[in-house]
Design a protein around this ligand. Structure first.
Ligand SMILES: C[S@@+](CC[C@H](N)C(=O)[O-])C[C@H]1O[C@@H](n2cnc3c(N)ncnc32)[C@H](O)[C@@H]1O
Length: 252
């Protein structure tokens, strides 16, 4: 899978691509990640891309022509990519969308700055917009990095142990269970006995119960969305912890 990121701060992406799990995936060529300086497409010697907004008001706006050229040039370098603008008006990134994006071969990510892009780029390029949440960032780079990290860890071979990805929060419609490591006692707080019992079935059941308990307590909205894909064991635990979250059956 290959990402091209268009940004006025490519150095942010350069650092990000060279560390940790993603850095190893880039080294092994499982993931391609290139940052491109949008200013390389500026049409003036000052490499300026922004201008004042028509109608007046605060802030500057990224001009359409250099962005149009940049996106088209990158698209022409390989297979037609899925081209995404990071922006607060878009579909909110969640695990389902990350899974969908992980099946793509090529993704171009366009990072805004200032007040954002001239609106015409959305109409001309028919761009898809993705948000990372209902708050405003200073630029699209942090959003792009969140998207890349969420998506790439779902690409086979990126995370060494695929089971750890499968067990992450959201993957199966549940938040993750609590984790503990040595030492066994921290400021008089002990690790739950079951985790040191060696009884694998008891440990599995305890973890599932804690995952269900955390989900019904902290994110009941996830339970409502995920009910259809829960196995019976999970449904019966939800009935035990929070019976009101079971969706009403259709013939009631
Ligand atoms: C300061 S913001 C522009 C905000 C814009 N004036 C508005 O109120 O919607 C600059 C850039 O940050 C990025 N950005 C800000 N918030 C974001 C979010 N929640 N998700 C994704 N990108 C975001 C976008 O690329 C945006 O063009």
């Amino acid at each position: 899978m290959h990402f091209d990121v268009l940004t006025i701060f490519p150095e942010l992406i350069e650092t990000f691509r060279s560390v940790g799990v993603l850095g190893r995936a880039v080294d092994k060529e499982i993931i391609g990640l290139e940052a491109h300086d949008l200013r390389d497409w500026a049409d003036n010697k000052w490499r300026q891309l922004d201008d004042e907004p028509y109608g007046g008001g605060a802030g500057m706006v990224l001009q359409a022509p250099p962005v149009l050229t940049a996106v088209r040039e990158l698209a022409a370098r390989g297979e037609p990519p899925r081209t995404i603008v990071l922006g607060p008006r878009g579909r909110v990134l969640d695990q389902q969308l990350a899974e969908e994006l992980a099946r793509e071969d090529r993704v171009v990510l366009l990072c805004g700055r200032y007040e954002g892009f001239d609106e015409r780029i959305f109409e001309i390029l028919e761009l898809e917009e993705i948000s990372v949440g209902d708050y405003i960032l200073g630029g699209g780079e942090v959003a792009a990095m969140a998207l890349i990290e969420a998506v790439t860890r779902l690409v086979p071979g990126v995370v060494g142990d695929p089971e750890s990805v499968a067990e992450d929060s959201f993957g199966c419609g549940l938040l993750d269970h609590p984790c503990y490591t040595r030492p066994s006692v921290v400021e008089e707080k002990c690790v739950p006995d079951v985790l040191r019992s060696g009884n694998h079935e008891a440990i599995r059941r305890w973890r599932l119960e804690r995952a269900v308990e955390a989900t019904v307590t902290k994110r009941p909205d996830i339970v409502k969305r995920s009910w259809e894909r829960y196995p019976e064991e999970v449904r019966s635990l939800i009935r035990r912890f929070a019976p009101s979250l079971e969706p009403a059956s259709e013939d009631e």
